[in-house]
Design a binder for this molecule. Structure first.
Ligand code: NAD
Length: 520
């Protein structure tokens, strides 16, 4: 018989805190190279979004445990910072191999906890793995500058680690986004206190295990769990010098302000409303396929989902075909081999998404495909919503202004390219955007005039590879040093400039100069 705790947990639809006395598996902390049981009495229940079954209990890390993690990281920094760059490169080489070997295991954890399809979960791991692979090139990436100022004087720069850095990750890419953070932070010599999303920490726990196997020493990577209290700790702790955050506007504004007020560097990637422009000269098949994948893949829970489309001129005539393609997508548990999209993360998220669709209808948009109320055979309790398309949407409507973060495509019409660009640039967000056209001149104009961090030309989700950086503009970003690539190295290091003089001739001179050195 189920214990009272388990019964209570199963009857609650929202993540709840309660004393853990049951036999439900509990997520551990990873501190000082060990997986340890939290002593907390506050646990967050994590449910499989396709079934509502409890997968694990996630601890609200206690203040003592948080302090232990930060103190450990500060202690480990003293020795880790002194390791050679080749040593750290070797650890990354070993880590990338282990991640590749464990890709299916990590993907399984993602599908179980987050819901996305297994194939998509593998993509989540792979995009993170690419950052680790890029980190293996650290000896080249971290090269400084050198100038021979004069025959006896040199100036050169050294990039030095900051100390302990904090990472706070969202639920939607449980592997990729933690992998944007700790590998680069560690490979340049920092130690890390990482908080994965309390909604799906499993992938991060496997990555911690792999980091340990790769020989990354105790204390260099630490994983803590929880929600606001843990975040507050990371924003306030004296050892933590920088914070990498990815997530919603609400949390991001708060963390950026609180962390900055405490003198920390903060990089924060926030919400999005990514628009795709469809020009009538585009390749129709390619465009409709790409649009369908980018709007509905991952159940729309990507910060780069192409959730808003602007049909220019006659391109709007393609809408019925788009609807047909969307109808053909299979919605079911991410473990089913034919799944195209899985459930959304929680019943609350489902309710919110359905509410935004309803608001579109009441504000006058046309609902040409309605995925609400979907019951999936074998998974009747899952948080499912099928592909949904709203057309004739206007910019004042709530379904346009809000990030929906579900499989809902919002369609607008424009007469000209200029009108379409104008709509995009007036939207408060500036994460990603894309244009579909066969005209180089149109694409060129669009890429110059649109104000967004990531721009795709016939590419719907233009997440840059890790030799570049993931950026953002306007409301989609706080802080000014971006994730991964050169920018990522800059974020996790500070520059020391050394100017050295080795002069023979005036060794015997007794005349001191009191003027500002001009280095001539
Ligand atoms: P979220 O903000 O709810 O959670 C992100 C992290 O912040 C979690 O670790 C969470 O514990 C913490 N958190 C949540 N609320 C908090 C609060 N009030 N105070 C302090 N900490 C808090 O985000 P999410 O729902 O997990 O992720 C989805 C959001 O992330 C979407 O808005 C999406 O666009 C955005 N996102 C952006 C990018 C990007 O690169 N721009 C990438 C992925 C996701």
């Amino acid at each position: 018989a189920a214990s009272p705790i388990l019964k209570r947990a199963l009857s609650t639809s929202r993540p709840a805190l309660y004393a853990a006395q049951s036999s439900i598996p509990r997520t551990k902390l990873f501190i000082n190279g060990e997986f340890i049981d939290s002593k907390t009495d506050k646990w967050i229940e994590l449910r499989n979004p396709a079934t509502q079954e409890i997968v694990t209990l996630v601890p609200e890390t206690t203040p003592e445990e948080l302090k232990y993690a930060a103190d450990t990281a500060a202690e480990a920094f003293k020795t880790w910072r002194k390791t050679s760059v080749l040593h750290r490169q070797r650890k990354m080489l070993d880590l990338q191999l282990l991640i590749r070997d464990n890709m299916d295991r990590i993907a399984h954890s993602i599908t179980l906890e987050q819901g996305k399809t297994l194939a998509d979960a593998r993509g989540d791991v792979l995009r993170g793995l690419q950052v680790v692979e890029a980190a293996c090139a650290i000896p080249h990436m971290i090269l400084g500058d050198h100038l021979e100022v004069a025959t006896d004087m040199d100036t050169y720069t050294i990039r030095e680690p900051l100390g302990v850095v904090g990472g706070i990750a969202p639920f939607n890419f449980p592997a990729m986004i933690p992998l944007w953070m700790f590998p680069l932070a560690n490979v340049v010599g920092n130690t890390c206190v990482l908080k994965p999303s309390e909604k799906d920490p499993g992938a991060t726990m496997i990555l911690a295990e792999l980091a340990q196997k790769a020989g990354i020493p105790a204390g260099v990577l630490n994983v803590v769990h929880g929600a606001k209290e843990t975040v507050n700790f990371i924003c306030d702790n004296e050892h933590i010098k920088a914070i990498s955050f990815v997530g919603s506007d609400q949390a991001g504004h708060y963390i950026h302000e609180r962390g900055s007020r405490n003198g920390k560097r903060v990089q924060a990637n926030l919400g999005a409303k990514n628009h795709g422009i469809i020009m009538p000269d585009a390749n129709k098949n390619h465009t409709l396929n790409q649009l369908t994948g980018a709007a509905f893949g991952a159940a729309g829970q990507r910060c780069m989902a192409l959730s808003t489309v602007i049909f220019v001129g006659k391109a709007k005539e393609w809408l019925p075909e788009l609807v047909e393609r969307a109808k053909g997508l299979k919605v079911t548990s991410g473990f089913e081999p034919d799944a195209d999209l899985g459930p959304v993360i929680s019943p609350e998220a489902l309710k919110r998404i359905e509410g935004l669709v309803g608001s579109g209808v009441s504000e006058g948009a046309d609902l040409v495909l309605d995925g609400r109320g979907l019951k999936v055979p074998k998974y009747e309790k899952g948080n499912f919503i099928g592909p949904t398309i709203l057309t004739n949407v206007k910019t004042h409507m709530e379904c346009y202004r809000e990030e929906i973060f579900g499989p809902v495509l919002v369609c607008l019409n424009a007469e000209t390219l200029d009108d379409a660009i104008d709509i995009i640039n007036k939207n408060p967000y500036g994460n990603g955007t894309a244009i579909f056209t066969q005209s180089g001149a149109i694409a060129r104009k669009f890429t110059k005039e649109v104000d967004a961090g990531q721009v795709g030309v016939n590419v719907p989700i233009p997440v840059p590879l890790p030799m570049f950086s993931f950026t953002g503009s306007r409301g989609s970003i706080r802080g000014d040093v971006n994730f991964y690539g050169k920018s990522g190295i800059n974020f996790y290091t500070s520059t020391k400039s050394v100017t050295a003089l080795w002069r023979h001739e005036d060794a015997d001179s007794t005349v001191a100069s009191v003027n500002m050195p001009t280095m001539k």
